[in-house]
Ligand binder design. Structure first.
Ligand code: NDP
Length: 248
């Protein structure tokens, strides 16, 4: 896909990977819809993009709420005149053992990491089907391939994303000329660990920073651009991106 002038919706664009992807895509001439709940962060990213000559629009969106997603997609389409790319990036990681029964955290991960992907896909895909083109990128994780103690629900949510991605690809690739990519990174330097309430697991995650050189959001952005810019007949269906010194 030639990216110049295309329109992308990026969920979870207010920080970390989503922010890095938004800035990198805007530099490629993509008109980016920046979606998340924290409007101030979105506005400052929008300002940064616009100050460099790019096009961006901030959209307050809670991916858990189908109406919020639907309204955000409508406003992006009317502002930029269409939509070509969906990047399902919003997500969070909490960690705890199952027998501590942090059911609120389980539910939040199911709501954001699973239902959020479904809500955004259901709002954007009909438009891509009508235009018979487009690309959906889903952020799974190495936790969508391998299992880690403490991450039962997070791993399950990322296995969901990987499975949903590939079956969606099978169903809509040939039929509707729409590509689907699952991006599965290892450790990336972002705020992902901020939501971990279990002290032991939080410390364990933070200690990883001393054991390896984390990937950057820009590393992930580069791989997404690679998938988007691949020739039309090539669907980069899954990409695993790991720090070279990540031993697991
Ligand atoms: P961050 O915490 O930096 O970013 C998470 C983003 O998700 C924020 O922009 C946040 O925005 C958004 N978000 C959370 N809840 C909602 C919601 N209900 N509605 C809309 N947006 C929401 O973490 P990362 O950048 O690391 O995470 C991005 C994705 O990458 C996640 O899916 C994560 O699982 C995945 N990933 C991350 C890895 C890592 O090591 N960092 C490795 C593998 C995968 P706001 O709070 O403003 O709504």
């Amino acid at each position: 896909m030639n990216l110049k002038g295309k329109v992308a919706l990026i969920t979870g664009a207010s920080s970390g990977i989503g922010k890095g992807v938004a800035i990198a895509l805007a530099e490629k001439g993509v008109k980016v819809g920046l979606a998340a709940r924290r409007i101030n962060e979105l506005k400052s990213i929008e300002d940064e993009i616009v100050s460099k000559g790019g096009e961006a629009r901030s959209i307050v969106m809670d991916v858990v709420d189908p109406l919020s997603v639907e309204n955000g997609v409508k406003s992006l389409k009317s502002h930029f005149g269409g939509i070509d790319i969906l990047i399902n990036n919003a997500g969070l990681m909490q960690a705890s053992d199952v027998d501590t029964f942090r059911t609120d955290e389980w539910n939040t991960m199911v709501d954001v990491n699973i239902k959020g992907v479904l809500n955004a896909t259901a709002s954007v895909l009909p438009e891509l089907i009508i235009q018979h083109s487009g690309h959906i990128i889903n952020l799974s994780s190495i936790a969508g391939r391998k299992l880690f103690k403490g991450l039962s629900v997070y791993c399950a949510s990322k296995f969901f994303v990987a499975a949903f991605s590939d079956i969606t690809r099978m169903e809509i690739g040939k039929k509707h000329n729409i590509r689907v990519t699952s991006i599965q990174p290892g450790a990336v330097d972002t705020n992902l660990y901020d939501h971990i309430s279990d002290k032991g697991y939080k410390e364990g995650m933070e200690n990883l920073r001393g054991q390896m050189t984390f990937l950057t959001p820009n590393d992930i952005a580069g791989s997404i651009i690679y998938a988007l810019e691949a020739p039309d007949h090539l669907d980069v269906s899954e990409l695993f991106l790991l720090p070279t010194d990540q031993e697991w």
